[in-house]
Design a protein around this ligand. Structure first.
Ligand SMILES: [Zn+2]
Length: 453
């Protein structure tokens, strides 16, 4: 395939900077086609549209999509393998499918995400867009340090390769080998999780390698956790490496990365030529106006192997369609966390992102933390474990008080307890950090899953 070579700061300038009206015109036409394709070819959508009394031709405006039924992770599990290997959500025969990714299934039945060749190629072009947007160029050397086994983030490296960067398929190498690669090959960009970017930087330092001066990394892409969108976490990683940190957001059901930071780091541009975004009320499922916080619902505009119509992502956030200072007109999402990770204490919604924001802001703690959410007398409570970073200058009791007060100010409620441990006590995560220990039974909303990358 001939390589696309953009001229200037945009990967595809016309597409990324088109006026909103033109973009929405395109979305409406594409959505009509996608709904008709799904209705005609997917047994599930045919049945669910009929049951809801809607037809693809009922879509006259983009807002009419709200008439169509939702799907969620449970729909995927229930329809998977039913009738055929690909199941009832799929809309093409198996011979047209060239790739499937699979969720780890650590908290349920693994779900499979199929792609036709066209789905796959278009996905990688979107990845090239994100890399380019984050400043990657053909003269970059790039280490893709994400899991390649079954995981949808693995193939995203092809987007970097198609852009022309020199790609090193790092995968989940042990830290020592990865540090060797960083030293020996002097790559300029890397993609990993925020907690691993932090842990790897610390490991480098402890082994006598200063990431800032001994390595050449200038761009770090992160995904899979909230940290990349929390300025304090991003700044800490940036400072450790002397690099700029870009947050990426993915959904295995659609693409490896569906949205990404531009140079302004103010929300993540979503590929609106592929994904139509709605925000709904967490309880009623009613559509919310753009900019309001709710559950993000995604609909694919072009996916053929398995069209995704009104998928409740389980992610809480906002969608802002305004033009960005970078000149791109595709809207931006701001993700606050998983619906299942949110918990309610004394009638206040507590988001893990708020806890992370607080912990990363304070200089008395290392930034590592674990939150335990539990129940006592059928009431939801939480405790936070942190590490004292003052080498004894501030007592553990004072650190605990400082954390408690800051959490109260940020979240509106106090934790039941703050446990303070010495620096280095909490496990430094490789890849996806497990920071929330959820022991809720009664007050829990829905089962957790791992489909965000
Ligand atoms: Zn922008």
């Amino acid at each position: 395939m001939a390589r696309h070579t953009p001229n200037g700061k945009y990967w595809r300038k016309e597409l990324e900077t088109q006026p909103r009206e033109k973009l929405e015109e395109y979305q409406l036409a594409a959505l009509r086609e996608e709904l008709a394709f799904a209705y005609e070819n997917s047994p599930h959508y045919h049945r669910s549209f009929d049951a809801a009394g809607v037809k693809p031709s009922d879509l006259k405006t983009l807002k009419d999509l709200a008439k169509f039924p939702f799907i969620d992770k449970k729909t995927q599990r229930d329809t998977q393998g039913v009738g055929s290997f690909l199941g009832e959500l799929a809309a093409v025969p198996e011979e047209e499918v060239v790739f499937v990714s699979t969720s780890s299934g650590s908290t349920g039945v693994p779900t499979m995400s199929p792609f036709t060749q066209q789905d796959f190629d278009e996905w990688q072009d979107v990845e090239s867009r994100w890399f380019w947007q984050a400043g990657m160029r053909p003269n970059d050397r790039y280490v893709h340090a994400l899991n390649f086994s079954l995981y949808v983030g693995g193939p995203d490296v092809i987007g970097a390769q198609q852009l022309g960067a020199l790609c090193i398929w790092g995968g989940t190498l042990p830290s020592e080998r990865l540090i060797f690669i960083l030293k020996a090959y002097q790559p300029t960009a890397i993609w990993t999780s925020p907690s691993y970017a932090w842990a790897l930087g610390e490991t480098c330092r402890k082994s006598g390698v200063d990431p800032k001066t001994d390595l050449a990394i200038k761009r770090i892409f992160v995904a899979g956790e909230m940290g990349g969108s929390i300025a304090a976490t991003r700044d800490a990683i940036a400072d450790l490496w002397g690099a700029e940190v870009f947050d990426f957001y993915g959904l295995s059901d659609i693409f490896g990365a569906c949205a990404a930071h531009c140079e302004y780091h103010d929300g993540l541009h979503i590929a609106e030529d592929h994904i139509y975004v709605e925000t709904i009320d967490l309880v009623t499922g009613e559509l919310l106006p753009p900019g309001e916080r709710g559950e993000l619902v995604f609909t694919t505009l072009r996916k053929k192997a398995r069209p995704i119509i009104r998928f409740r992502t389980g992610d809480i956030g906002r969608f802002v369609p305004d033009k960005c200072a970078c000149g791109r007109t595709h809207g931006r999402i701001y993700v606050d966390g998983r619906k299942d990770d949110m918990f309610i204490v004394s009638a206040v919604n507590v988001y893990p992102s708020d806890i992370e924001y607080t912990v990363r802001e304070l200089t008395e703690v290392t930034g590592e933390y674990v939150v335990r959410v539990y129940e006592e007398n059928y009431t939801c409570k939480f405790e936070v474990t942190v590490e004292n970073a003052t080498a004894g200058k501030t007592s553990d009791a004072d650190v605990a008080k400082r954390v408690t007060d800051s959490l109260k100010a940020r979240c509106g409620v106090k934790p039941a307890k703050v446990i303070v441990l010495p620096d280095g006590s909490l496990e430094r995560s490789t890849h996806k950090a497990k920071r929330i220990i959820d022991e809720r039974v009664v007050t829990k909303v829905a089962p957790k899953d791992d489909y965000s990358i």
